[in-house]
Design a protein around this ligand. Sequence first.
Ligand SMILES: NC(=O)c1ccc[n+]([C@@H]2O[C@H](COP(=O)([O-])OP(=O)(O)OC[C@H]3O[C@@H](n4cnc5c(N)ncnc54)[C@H](OP(=O)(O)O)[C@@H]3O)[C@@H](O)[C@H]2O)c1
Length: 227
Amino acid sequence: MSTRTVGILGTGRMAVRIADQLVRNGHEVILGSRTPARARTIANELGPYGITAGSYDFAMEAPFVLPAAFIRDGLFDLLRQHRDQLAGKVVIDILNPFNDDYSDFILPWDTSAGEELAKLLPDSKVVGIFKNIFWETFGHPQFDEGVSDVYVLGDDQHAKQAVTTLFARSPFRFVDGGGTRNSRVVERMTLFASELSRRYAYAPRLGWRFLGGPPAEGRVDPYAHLA
Ligand SMILES: NC(=O)c1ccc[n+]([C@@H]2O[C@H](COP(=O)([O-])OP(=O)(O)OC[C@H]3O[C@@H](n4cnc5c(N)ncnc54)[C@H](OP(=O)(O)O)[C@@H]3O)[C@@H](O)[C@H]2O)c1
Protein backbone atom coordinates (compact mmCIF):
# COMPACT_ATOMS: atom_id res chain seq x y z
CA MET A 1 0.00 0.00 0.00
CA SER A 2 1.51 3.35 -1.02
CA THR A 3 1.58 6.42 1.21
CA ARG A 4 -0.86 7.98 -1.22
CA THR A 5 -3.47 5.21 -0.99
CA VAL A 6 -6.99 6.39 -0.24
CA GLY A 7 -9.54 4.05 1.31
CA ILE A 8 -13.08 4.98 0.31
CA LEU A 9 -16.06 3.81 2.37
CA GLY A 10 -19.07 3.35 0.12
CA THR A 11 -19.71 2.78 -3.58
CA GLY A 12 -22.31 5.44 -4.35
CA ARG A 13 -22.36 8.49 -6.61
CA MET A 14 -19.51 10.37 -4.94
CA ALA A 15 -17.37 7.32 -4.13
CA VAL A 16 -17.19 6.13 -7.73
CA ARG A 17 -16.37 9.57 -9.13
CA ILE A 18 -13.77 10.40 -6.50
CA ALA A 19 -12.15 6.97 -6.94
CA ASP A 20 -11.88 7.70 -10.65
CA GLN A 21 -10.36 11.14 -9.98
CA LEU A 22 -7.78 9.66 -7.63
CA VAL A 23 -6.71 7.01 -10.12
CA ARG A 24 -6.45 9.65 -12.85
CA ASN A 25 -4.17 11.57 -10.47
CA GLY A 26 -1.94 8.50 -10.23
CA HIS A 27 -2.95 7.32 -6.76
CA GLU A 28 -4.18 4.01 -5.41
CA VAL A 29 -7.67 3.46 -4.08
CA ILE A 30 -9.19 0.80 -1.89
CA LEU A 31 -12.88 0.91 -2.65
CA GLY A 32 -14.65 -0.38 0.44
CA SER A 33 -18.21 -1.62 0.48
CA ARG A 34 -20.65 -3.44 2.73
CA THR A 35 -20.83 -5.69 -0.35
CA PRO A 36 -17.24 -6.11 -1.59
CA ALA A 37 -18.47 -7.88 -4.74
CA ARG A 38 -20.17 -4.62 -5.74
CA ALA A 39 -16.92 -2.73 -5.19
CA ARG A 40 -15.10 -5.33 -7.31
CA THR A 41 -17.49 -4.83 -10.22
CA ILE A 42 -16.97 -1.06 -10.06
CA ALA A 43 -13.19 -1.44 -9.78
CA ASN A 44 -13.13 -3.68 -12.85
CA GLU A 45 -15.27 -1.22 -14.76
CA LEU A 46 -13.16 1.85 -13.86
CA GLY A 47 -9.97 0.27 -15.12
CA PRO A 48 -7.38 -2.36 -14.55
CA TYR A 49 -5.01 -0.23 -12.46
CA GLY A 50 -5.19 1.61 -9.20
CA ILE A 51 -8.37 0.32 -7.58
CA THR A 52 -8.58 -2.59 -5.18
CA ALA A 53 -11.98 -3.66 -3.89
CA GLY A 54 -12.70 -4.78 -0.36
CA SER A 55 -14.58 -4.27 2.87
CA TYR A 56 -14.84 -1.09 4.93
CA ASP A 57 -12.35 -2.61 7.39
CA PHE A 58 -9.81 -3.12 4.62
CA ALA A 59 -10.34 0.39 3.20
CA MET A 60 -9.69 1.86 6.66
CA GLU A 61 -6.15 0.46 6.57
CA ALA A 62 -5.17 3.15 4.04
CA PRO A 63 -3.34 6.29 5.24
CA PHE A 64 -6.11 8.49 3.81
CA VAL A 65 -9.70 7.43 4.52
CA LEU A 66 -12.70 9.00 2.78
CA PRO A 67 -16.13 8.09 4.11
CA ALA A 68 -18.63 8.41 1.24
CA ALA A 69 -21.88 7.48 2.99
CA PHE A 70 -24.54 9.59 4.71
CA ILE A 71 -24.53 10.53 8.38
CA ARG A 72 -28.28 9.82 8.43
CA ASP A 73 -27.45 6.18 7.57
CA GLY A 74 -25.35 5.67 10.70
CA LEU A 75 -21.93 6.64 9.35
CA PHE A 76 -20.81 8.21 12.63
CA ASP A 77 -21.61 5.00 14.54
CA LEU A 78 -19.39 3.08 12.12
CA LEU A 79 -16.53 5.58 12.41
CA ARG A 80 -16.81 5.63 16.22
CA GLN A 81 -16.18 1.89 16.26
CA HIS A 82 -13.00 2.45 14.22
CA ARG A 83 -11.71 5.50 16.08
CA ASP A 84 -8.46 3.78 17.12
CA GLN A 85 -7.80 2.43 13.64
CA LEU A 86 -8.28 5.93 12.20
CA ALA A 87 -5.98 7.62 14.72
CA GLY A 88 -3.05 9.38 13.04
CA LYS A 89 -4.66 9.16 9.60
CA VAL A 90 -6.04 11.87 7.37
CA VAL A 91 -9.81 11.58 7.13
CA ILE A 92 -11.13 13.24 3.97
CA ASP A 93 -14.51 14.74 4.77
CA ILE A 94 -16.98 15.20 1.92
CA LEU A 95 -20.03 15.01 4.20
CA ASN A 96 -23.11 17.19 4.11
CA PRO A 97 -25.63 16.32 6.82
CA PHE A 98 -28.68 16.05 4.55
CA ASN A 99 -31.95 14.54 5.71
CA ASP A 100 -33.81 11.89 3.70
CA ASP A 101 -35.59 14.25 1.31
CA TYR A 102 -32.67 16.74 1.03
CA SER A 103 -34.89 19.57 2.27
CA ASP A 104 -32.77 20.31 5.34
CA PHE A 105 -29.87 19.21 7.53
CA ILE A 106 -30.08 16.81 10.44
CA LEU A 107 -27.56 18.92 12.40
CA PRO A 108 -28.33 22.32 13.98
CA TRP A 109 -27.00 25.66 12.70
CA ASP A 110 -24.25 25.96 15.28
CA THR A 111 -22.28 22.95 14.08
CA SER A 112 -21.53 20.97 10.93
CA ALA A 113 -20.64 17.52 9.68
CA GLY A 114 -16.99 18.60 9.58
CA GLU A 115 -16.94 19.81 13.17
CA GLU A 116 -18.82 16.76 14.47
CA LEU A 117 -16.45 14.47 12.57
CA ALA A 118 -13.41 16.25 14.05
CA LYS A 119 -14.92 15.82 17.55
CA LEU A 120 -15.66 12.16 16.88
CA LEU A 121 -12.09 11.48 15.64
CA PRO A 122 -9.86 13.73 17.78
CA ASP A 123 -6.72 11.79 16.88
CA SER A 124 -7.29 11.98 13.12
CA LYS A 125 -6.67 14.94 10.84
CA VAL A 126 -9.95 15.90 9.25
CA VAL A 127 -9.83 17.75 5.92
CA GLY A 128 -13.04 18.90 4.24
CA ILE A 129 -13.19 18.86 0.45
CA PHE A 130 -15.82 18.45 -2.31
CA LYS A 131 -18.64 19.41 0.06
CA ASN A 132 -19.84 22.03 -2.41
CA ILE A 133 -19.51 19.86 -5.54
CA PHE A 134 -22.47 17.82 -6.70
CA TRP A 135 -21.89 14.41 -8.25
CA GLU A 136 -22.83 15.43 -11.78
CA THR A 137 -20.07 18.07 -11.87
CA PHE A 138 -17.28 15.47 -11.81
CA GLY A 139 -18.15 14.34 -15.34
CA HIS A 140 -18.83 17.86 -16.65
CA PRO A 141 -16.75 20.31 -14.59
CA GLN A 142 -16.84 23.21 -17.05
CA PHE A 143 -19.54 25.84 -16.54
CA ASP A 144 -19.96 28.94 -18.74
CA GLU A 145 -18.44 30.95 -15.87
CA GLY A 146 -15.43 28.62 -15.43
CA VAL A 147 -14.87 25.51 -13.34
CA SER A 148 -16.42 25.25 -9.92
CA ASP A 149 -14.44 26.10 -6.81
CA VAL A 150 -13.78 23.38 -4.28
CA TYR A 151 -13.40 24.75 -0.76
CA VAL A 152 -10.76 22.91 1.27
CA LEU A 153 -11.28 23.06 5.04
CA GLY A 154 -9.29 22.00 8.04
CA ASP A 155 -7.23 22.98 11.03
CA ASP A 156 -4.05 21.15 9.99
CA GLN A 157 -2.35 23.02 7.15
CA HIS A 158 -0.08 20.08 6.20
CA ALA A 159 -3.01 17.68 5.98
CA LYS A 160 -4.97 20.20 3.91
CA GLN A 161 -2.06 20.56 1.53
CA ALA A 162 -1.62 16.79 1.29
CA VAL A 163 -5.29 16.30 0.40
CA THR A 164 -5.29 19.15 -2.13
CA THR A 165 -2.18 17.63 -3.73
CA LEU A 166 -3.98 14.29 -4.13
CA PHE A 167 -6.37 16.02 -6.54
CA ALA A 168 -3.87 18.42 -8.15
CA ARG A 169 -4.72 17.25 -11.66
CA SER A 170 -8.49 17.29 -11.15
CA PRO A 171 -10.42 19.92 -13.11
CA PHE A 172 -11.51 22.18 -10.26
CA ARG A 173 -10.23 25.37 -8.66
CA PHE A 174 -9.19 24.46 -5.12
CA VAL A 175 -9.64 27.33 -2.67
CA ASP A 176 -8.40 27.38 0.93
CA GLY A 177 -11.70 27.70 2.79
CA GLY A 178 -10.14 28.13 6.23
CA GLY A 179 -10.58 26.04 9.35
CA THR A 180 -12.92 23.16 10.12
CA ARG A 181 -15.35 25.62 11.71
CA ASN A 182 -16.07 27.01 8.24
CA SER A 183 -17.63 23.64 7.39
CA ARG A 184 -20.84 25.07 8.81
CA VAL A 185 -20.68 27.82 6.16
CA VAL A 186 -19.71 25.64 3.19
CA GLU A 187 -22.21 22.91 4.04
CA ARG A 188 -25.00 25.49 4.32
CA MET A 189 -23.91 26.99 0.98
CA THR A 190 -24.47 23.53 -0.45
CA LEU A 191 -27.93 23.30 1.13
CA PHE A 192 -28.77 26.72 -0.34
CA ALA A 193 -27.36 25.77 -3.76
CA SER A 194 -29.42 22.61 -3.65
CA GLU A 195 -32.60 24.62 -3.00
CA LEU A 196 -31.75 27.12 -5.77
CA SER A 197 -30.93 24.37 -8.22
CA ARG A 198 -34.33 22.79 -7.69
CA ARG A 199 -36.10 26.16 -8.03
CA TYR A 200 -34.35 26.90 -11.33
CA ALA A 201 -34.31 23.27 -12.52
CA TYR A 202 -30.50 23.07 -12.56
CA ALA A 203 -30.18 20.09 -10.23
CA PRO A 204 -27.83 18.30 -10.00
CA ARG A 205 -25.65 20.61 -12.11
CA LEU A 206 -24.42 23.33 -9.81
CA GLY A 207 -21.31 24.73 -8.23
CA TRP A 208 -19.88 27.78 -6.50
CA ARG A 209 -17.29 30.22 -7.81
CA PHE A 210 -15.74 32.92 -5.68
CA LEU A 211 -15.40 36.08 -7.80
CA GLY A 212 -12.84 38.79 -7.21
CA GLY A 213 -9.25 39.86 -7.65
CA PRO A 214 -6.70 42.31 -6.25
CA PRO A 215 -7.88 45.93 -6.50
CA ALA A 216 -6.76 47.43 -9.83
CA GLU A 217 -4.10 50.10 -9.38
CA GLY A 218 -5.13 53.60 -10.31
CA ARG A 219 -8.83 52.76 -10.62
CA VAL A 220 -10.93 55.82 -9.79
CA ASP A 221 -13.96 55.42 -7.54
CA PRO A 222 -16.75 57.26 -9.39
CA TYR A 223 -18.67 57.73 -6.12
CA ALA A 224 -15.77 59.06 -4.04
CA HIS A 225 -17.04 62.65 -4.13
CA LEU A 226 -20.48 61.56 -2.89
CA ALA A 227 -19.58 59.45 0.14
N1 LIG B 1 -24.33 13.37 -4.01
C1 LIG B 1 -23.64 14.51 -4.04
O1 LIG B 1 -23.71 15.27 -5.04
C2 LIG B 1 -22.77 14.88 -2.88
C3 LIG B 1 -22.04 16.08 -2.94
C4 LIG B 1 -21.15 16.41 -1.90
C5 LIG B 1 -21.08 15.59 -0.79
N2 LIG B 1 -21.84 14.46 -0.74
C6 LIG B 1 -21.73 13.60 0.45
O2 LIG B 1 -21.15 12.38 0.06
C7 LIG B 1 -21.68 11.32 0.85
C8 LIG B 1 -22.18 10.23 -0.09
O3 LIG B 1 -23.16 10.79 -0.94
P1 LIG B 1 -23.63 10.01 -2.27
O4 LIG B 1 -24.57 10.90 -2.96
O5 LIG B 1 -22.44 9.49 -2.98
O6 LIG B 1 -24.44 8.80 -1.62
P2 LIG B 1 -25.04 7.50 -2.30
O7 LIG B 1 -24.92 7.55 -3.77
O8 LIG B 1 -26.38 7.32 -1.72
O9 LIG B 1 -24.06 6.35 -1.75
C9 LIG B 1 -23.90 6.18 -0.38
C10 LIG B 1 -23.14 4.90 -0.12
O10 LIG B 1 -23.12 4.72 1.30
C11 LIG B 1 -22.96 3.35 1.58
N3 LIG B 1 -23.82 3.03 2.75
C12 LIG B 1 -23.38 2.68 3.98
N4 LIG B 1 -24.37 2.48 4.81
C13 LIG B 1 -25.51 2.67 4.10
C14 LIG B 1 -26.89 2.56 4.42
N5 LIG B 1 -27.33 2.22 5.65
N6 LIG B 1 -27.79 2.80 3.45
C15 LIG B 1 -27.39 3.16 2.21
N7 LIG B 1 -26.09 3.28 1.84
C16 LIG B 1 -25.16 3.02 2.79
C17 LIG B 1 -23.32 2.58 0.33
O11 LIG B 1 -22.14 1.93 -0.14
P3 LIG B 1 -21.96 0.35 0.02
O12 LIG B 1 -23.30 -0.28 -0.27
O13 LIG B 1 -20.95 0.01 -1.02
O14 LIG B 1 -21.48 0.09 1.41
C18 LIG B 1 -23.76 3.64 -0.66
O15 LIG B 1 -23.35 3.37 -1.96
C19 LIG B 1 -22.80 11.94 1.72
O16 LIG B 1 -22.34 12.16 3.03
C20 LIG B 1 -23.08 13.26 1.03
O17 LIG B 1 -23.51 14.26 1.92
C21 LIG B 1 -22.68 14.09 -1.75
